[in-house]
Design a protein around this ligand. Structure first.
Ligand code: R5P
Length: 304
């Protein structure tokens, strides 16, 4: 087994290499003056099962190209199997043409991974399971629910003990939030939202199904981007009498706001995984990062 990494999340690759007790295999990735990328694999991959870790976080397009070059090289150099490890998949929210005239962009991503030579893809907490249908190569869809459940379990006093309700901020997240609640043996609620498709990053009506009165709340979502989904859910929970509101999101997209924006938010703390690398200048006091390295390492070990 060989582990390669792109440039988007080398910190997670290092944690993975520690967990797996293998070195990251050498490669060279350069960007030319015009920003085109060139990857060079610096060891033989012939007959090997290779894993390439790359999060398709900002800029997803550029990181995708980097990732796919690994597969193109490894295929020609006769690797036995080539697995992409993509903790955060770009364009997963464009999984259908929401309106006439729009592209199904995630299908393009899936096609590109296949034609570049990948045999298999490992993904984590996709925006929608439906995304998987666009992959014409085998996929493994991991969930960070257990990682976060274990974290809450080990720090129960920070989450209101047993007086805790897990809240899905929309119906799309209901199943995962329910799983988290089940694992922790606590109550569950769901907020229903409606997006205004003509005005990006805005929401309209919101209702909460479930009881959060006098309880601590954990809002659980796949990602924190502008934060508006979770902020609306927090607002409604507080209106309904919840005590503290924590927010857990697998992917720290953090597309909006400086530290101050999140510090002033109603969240007690914001917990994310390291599926996306958060540079120091984007970190803030309320942010806690929980590593998915043990989960991913276990999966990789199962595959070899
Ligand atoms: C949307 O349906 C997703 O599950 C997330 O709730 C959403 O994409 C998060 O984005 P934002 O932080 O911008 O509300």
């Amino acid at each position: 087994m060989l582990l390669f990494t792109g440039t988007s999340n080398q910190q997670l690759a290092e944690k993975l290499s520690d967990e797996l007790k293998i070195k990251i295999s050498p490669s060279e990735i350069i960007r030319f003056a015009d920003r085109e990328v060139r990857v060079r694999i610096l060891q033989s991959v012939k007959g090997e099962h290779i894993f390439v870790l790359q999060s398709l976080s900002q800029l997803g397009d550029a990181n995708l190209m980097e990732l796919c070059q690994f597969a193109e090289i490894a295929k020609r150099e006769k690797a036995k199997k080539i697995t992409a490890v993509i903790p955060y998949l770009a364009y997963a929210r464009q999984h259908r043409a929401h309106r006439q005239g729009e592209a199904i962009s995630v299908k393009l991503v899936a096609d590109f991974l296949k034609v570049s030579g990948f045999d298999e893809v490992i993904l984590l907490d996709l925006h929608e399971e439906e995304v998987l249908k666009y992959f014409k190569i085998p996929t493994i869809h991991l969930s960070a629910v257990e990682i976060f459940a274990q974290y809450i379990d080990a720090n129960r006093e920070d989450f209101g003990g047993d007086d805790l309700v897990i809240v899905a901020p929309d119906e799309g997240r209901a199943e995962q939030a329910k799983n988290l609640a089940k694992y922790l043996e606590v109550e569950f609620a769901v907020a229903k939202k409606k997006r205004k498709l003509d005005v990006p990053d805005t929401l309209s009506d919101y209702v909460l199904l479930g009881d959060v009165k006098a309880k601590d709340v954990v809002i659980f979502d796949d990602m924190i981007s502008t934060g508006s989904t979770a902020l609306h859910a927090a607002e409604i929970c507080l209106q309904k009498g919840s005590l503290k509101v924590n927010f857990i999101a697998t992917h720290a997209v953090l597309a909006k706001g400086e530290a101050d924006y999140w510090e002033k938010s109603p969240f007690e703390k914001i917990y994310v995984s390291d599926s996306i690398f958060v540079p120091e200048n984007k970190q803030f006091a309320k942010l806690q990062i929980v590593s998915i390295a043990p989960l991913v390492a276990k999966q990789l070990q199962n595959l070899v």
